[in-house]
Write a new protein. Structure first.
Length: 276
C-alpha cells in the first residue's frame, strides 16, 4: 500500500540484476512511493540480467557503469544529473561479488588477487561512489545513501570467507564518510544489514541454505524478505528519517540480538546434564 513518501524524490540505484535482487524490489517500491530514478549495473550484468524489464515498469533510464572505475562513476553521475534535471535525493549501493566465494575457496586458502577484487567491488566502490557524488555536488540537502551489508561484518559465518572483510570495510566507510557528509553536506549515509535472501549473490554462497535456515530458526520474526527490505529502504530514503546517519541498521527479524533460540535449542542433541 503506497503512501507516496518519496513523492518528487530523485535517485540512483545500483545492483538490480533480476527479480530476486534486493535492489530490484527496492526500485519497485521507490517507484510505487513516487520516486524517479536512474538504474545502473555493470554492462555484463545488464546483458545477462533483466534490467530493461525493470526500467520499463518503473519508467526509468538505464546507464551502465562499472562501479570500481572512477571515470565510469563520473560519467554515470553526470548523466544522471542531466537526466534528473538537477541534484538527486537518494543513492542505493547494492553491489557485492567475491570470486573466492564463487569458487568455494575456504577462508585459509583464499586467493589474494580475488580478495583485492572482492574489497574493491564490494566495499571500496562505496568510497569511490561517495567521493564522486561529492566532487560533482550531486546530492541535495538531507539526501540519503544506503549500502547493503550483512552481519558477517561483526561475527564469523562459515562459508562467507572474504565477503566478511568486505562488509566490515563497507560499514566502516559508511561511518567515516558519514561525518564528512553530515558536517559539510547535510547528507545521511547508513548500512542496512539484511537477512539471508535468495538472490544471485546470496545463492552463490555454497552453503547458502545453512545461512537461510539457521537465520530463519534464530530470528523471532523470521527472515526479512527482499520486499520487506524495500519497505525499510523507502522509509530510509524518505524525509521521516532525516537525522538517522552513520548506522548499521539490522533488518533481520531480530537475528542479530539472539544468542540461542528455542527452535535451535530443540534441534540440539540431548545430553545427560550431569555429564556437562
Ligand atoms: N542475498 C543475501 O543474502 C544478502 C544478505 C545481506 C546483504 N546482501 C547484500 O545485498 C547486496 C545486493 O545483493 P543481492 O543479494 O541483491 O544479489 P544480486 O546478485 O542480485 O546483486 C548484486 C549486484 O552487484 C552487481 N555488481 C557486481 N559487480 C559489479 C561491478 N563491478 N559494478 C557494478 N555492479 C556490480 C551485480 O551485477 C548485481 O546486480 C550485496 O551487497 C549483498 O552482499 C545480500
Amino acid at each position: 500500500m503506497a503512501k507516496n513518501i518519496l513523492n518528487g524524490k530523485k535517485g540512483l540505484i545500483f545492483g538490480a540484476l533480476n527479480e530476486e535482487s534486493i535492489a530490484w524490489q527496492i526500485a519497485k517500491k521507490c517507484h510505487e512511493e513516487g520516486a524517479t530514478f536512474v538504474l545502473t549495473n555493470k554492462p555484463s550484468s545488464i546483458r545477462l540480467g533483466k534490467l530493461s524489464e525493470l526500467a520499463e515498469t518503473t519508467n526509468s533510464k538505464i546507464i551502465p557503469a562499472e562501479i570500481t572505475e572512477p571515470d565510469d562513476l563520473r560519467r554515470l553521475i553526470t548523466e544522471t544529473l542531466n537526466h534528473s534535471g538537477g541534484r538527486i535525493d537518494f543513492v542505493l549501493h547494492s553491489v557485492g561479488m567475491s570470486r573466492n566465494i564463487r569458487k568455494n575457496t575456504p577462508y585459509d586458502s583464499i586467493s589474494y588477487e580475488y580478495l583485492t577484487e572482492t574489497l574493491d567491488v564490494s566495499a571500496i566502490s562505496l568510497h569511490k561512489l561517495v567521493q564522486t557524488l561529492i566532487s560533482l555536488d550531486a546530492l541535495n540537502e538531507y539526501a540519503s545513501i544506503i549500502a547493503m551489508t550483512y552481519v558477517a561484518s561483526q561475527r564469523t559465518f562459515h562459508g562467507y570467507t572474504d565477503m566478511a572483510e568486505a562488509k566490515a570495510l563497507l560499514e566502516s566507510i559508511t561511518r567515516n564518510f558519514g561525518v564528512y557528509l553530515g558536517d559539510h553536506k547535510k547528507v545521511r549515509i547508513n548500512a542496512i544489514s539484511q537477512s539471508p535472501t535468495p538472490s544471485a549473490a546470496g545463492s552463490g554462497i555454497n552453503n547458502f541454505s545453512d545461512f537461510y535456515t539457521y537465520a530463519e530458526l534464530m530470528s523471532p520474526l523470521g527472515n526479512a524478505t527482499a520486499a520487506e527490505c524495500a519497505d525499510f529502504c523507502a522509509m530510509m530514503f524518505s524525509d521521516y528519517t532525516r537525522k538517522v546517519t552513520m548506522q548499521t541498521l539490522y533488518h533481520d527479524g531480530g537475528f542479530s540480538s539472539v544468542g540461542l533460540s528455542e527452535h535451535i535449542a530443540k534441534l540440539l542433541p540431548r545430553q545427560d546434564e550431569t555429564s556437562i
